[in-house]
Ligand binder design. Structure first.
Ligand code: FE2
Length: 275
């Protein structure tokens, strides 16, 4: 097994992987296992300017685990993230601007995402990441005890109303199609590690005054996402980034949505429910 050369991207999250090109991505049979180990440890892996292409991205992603399907898109294992008028999911993408876990409305959220930059804007459009393992580790013993048993309601309307505070009846009806989801605030992973579960979908804390619960969730998120605790990736065309969706929150940074920007994302399906 040839060792991978890595470079830290920030104190708590992310490594850059050097010396891997599209050829090595396709042929190095040790690489998927090494990537999964690095992902567990660093949460975000960056392959700079890899220019993988959809087929190579999907082929490599399959080696990491089973893939989610997106039947609305030409390649069912590649979701296209863009604001093009013909993009079937475009109406949901503005909420990506808020810190979130992909699939937090599901019982089992996605395991990881693999995303390549195809078209980028000159300004903005970065993706920011913050470790929710580090968020838990930064709590005091007393806070850990206080939060241990709390459960949180996650709600589609909570996510979407951040972008659309005055929804139309059609929007409200659309959001109501998604049932609420209750998750513990502290996720004890099968590995034994613990992380916090918060983000755009987190609405309130079960059994706690609504405003107090909302304030607690906001405070935990703020502390976890201070500038010294995040990695903000400025994309170059061809960059491929893999993130562990289970121990991390992420968000898209603002850009001019009238300009073209296109990211291609594959998703590893989740393996364990939040518990
Ligand atoms: Fe996302």
């Amino acid at each position: 097994m040839s060792a991978l050369t890595t470079e830290k991207l920030s104190e708590t999250v992310g490594v850059k992987i050097l010396g891997v090109d599209a050829e090595r991505l396709a042929t190095d049979e040790d690489l998927p296992g090494q990537c999964l180990e690095l992902l567990e440890r660093h949460s975000v892996l960056l392959f700079p300017e890899l220019h993988a292409g959809d087929e190579a991205q999907v082929a490599f992603s399959r080696k990491l685990g089973p893939l989610a399907s997106f039947p609305n898109f030409p390649n069912e294992h590649v979701m296209i993230i863009s604001f093009d008028p013909d993009n079937p999911n475009a109406k949901y993408y503005p909420s990506n601007d808020y810190w979130h876990i992909d699939g937090s409305m599901d019982e089992v959220p996605a395991r990881a995402s693999i995303m390549s930059a195809h078209v980028i804007t000159e300004e903005g459009g970065e993706t920011a990441f913050a470790s929710t393992y580090a968020a838990y580790e930064a709590l005091s013993e007393r806070e850990r005890e206080q939060l241990a048993e709390l459960r949180v309601i996650h709600r589609m309307a909570r996510i979407q109303s951040r972008t659309f505070p005055n929804p139309t009846p059609e929007q409200k009806a659309d959001w109501a199609r998604f049932p609420d989801r209750e998750h513990p605030l502290v996720w004890t992973h099968e590995s034994g590690r613990r992380s916090l579960v918060f983000g755009a979908s987190a609405s309130h804390v079960v059994g706690m005054d609504f405003d107090r619960g909302e304030a607690l969730l906001e405070e935990l998120q703020e502390r976890a996402t201070t500038p010294d605790r995040i990695y903000t990736h400025t994309w170059s065309v061809g960059d491929l980034v893999i993130w562990d969706n289970t121990g991390l929150v992420h968000r898209a940074c603002e850009f001019d949505r009238s300009l073209p920007r296109r990211m291609h994302r594959s998703t590893l399906v989740g393996q364990e429910p939040i518990k």
